[in-house]
Ligand binder design. Structure first.
Ligand SMILES: NC(=O)c1ccc[n+]([C@@H]2O[C@H](COP(=O)([O-])OP(=O)(O)OC[C@H]3O[C@@H](n4cnc5c(N)ncnc54)[C@H](O)[C@@H]3O)[C@@H](O)[C@H]2O)c1
Length: 280
């Protein structure tokens, strides 16, 4: 999609971090916005700010892991603007735990938001976007953790590998049908956001307690927290994403240094070697 002015964008996880930057960038492109987040306060603030600067924007409290919430979001988008051109399934959460420490509630939370959040978005929006027959674009936010398997990130890795393969298959499904809708998968490494505090939305007794985790997991969790703080600005992710929308590019790899790790992983597979522990 080249001409974004007056087109309609839907963005989940829009109240903070990468999603907020995507919303601000979409507004700067002259798009109309339908924004969703579980954090109503921050979402309302953003919608008010955007409206004050002349953007047509609506917001809805949505838990993307709940299919009915995402259907309500689609209904709001079509009732308000009558069309949707850009769908960004961005809401996500992170959890630093190895596989044997990850509880079933942890799995349900991470998979619910990160993977089913995306599948709920596709089911709620794509049928109407396809019927409209207009040019469109779907962006699914995965992570470099959807291409590389980092330690102490069991559920996060599984959810993000899921988003990558879901997006690749979706690309084929839409191409085979000669649809006017393109797909990209966003795979950043560290970005300076509040992702390391993602459990702020969970009940207190389900939040991570580093003192109760094994030492290796706790150390990895702490170093990830620092790496996020030292990460690139979310605005850079928004720029890269909109460049990919214009170019119709599928993979959005925002940290070029991660290409080396991707190559090493592929060589490990092809060379039948043990997995290399890759820095990201
Ligand atoms: N920050 C990084 O280093 C990084 C790296 C790779 C990928 N990502 C991905 O980027 C996406 C955005 O994360 P971020 O870094 O901006 O984090 P963030 O915590 O700053 O923002 C995430 C937003 O999603 C919202 N959210 C959380 N659970 C939700 C739910 N159930 N329903 C609706 N909204 C919900 C939060 O309220 C928040 O506004 C995520 O998918 C994350 O996995 C982040």
């Amino acid at each position: 999609m080249h001409d974004l002015k007056n087109k309609v964008a839907v963005i989940t996880g829009a109240a903070d971090g990468i999603g907020k930057s995507l919303a601000i960038k979409a507004a700067a492109e002259g798009m109309k916005l339908v924004l969703a987040d579980i954090d109503t306060k921050k979402l309302d603030q953003l919608v008010t700010e955007l409206a004050a600067s002349g953007t047509e924007a609506v917001g809805l409290k949505v838990d993307v892991s709940m299919a009915e919430d995402v259907t309500a979001l689609a209904n709001l988008a079509y009732t308000t603007f009558g069309e949707v051109h850009l769908l960004i399934n961005n809401a996500g959460v992170a959890l630093a735990k190895n596989a044997w420490e990850t509880t079933q509630k942890d799995w349900d939370w991470v998979m619910g938001v990160n993977l089913y959040g995306v599948t709920n978005g596709l089911r709620a929006f794509l049928p109407r976007m396809l019927t409209a027959g207009q040019e469109g674009h779907v962006i699914n936010t995965a992570s470099i953790a959807g291409l590389l398997s980092e330690p102490s990130m069991a559920a996060y890795n599984v959810s993000k590998f899921g988003v990558v393969t879901l997006s690749e298959g979706l690309h084929h499904d839409l191409t085979l049908r000669q649809a006017q809708i393109k797909v990209s998968v966003l795979c950043p490494a560290w970005v300076k956001t509040r992702i390391a505090e993602a459990d702020r939305h969970r009940p207190a007794d389900e939040r991570i307690d580093l003192t109760k985790l094994d030492k290796v997991t706790a150390a990895t969790g702490t170093s990830m927290f620092k790496a996020v703080q030292a990460g690139i600005e979310p605005e850079e992710i928004a720029e890269a994403t909109f460049a990919a929308i214009r170019d119709g590019r599928f993979y959005i790899i925002t940290h070029p240094q991660t290409m080396t790790g991707i190559r090493i992983r592929m060589d490990d597979i092809l060379g039948n070697r043990q997995p290399t522990l890759l820095p990201i």
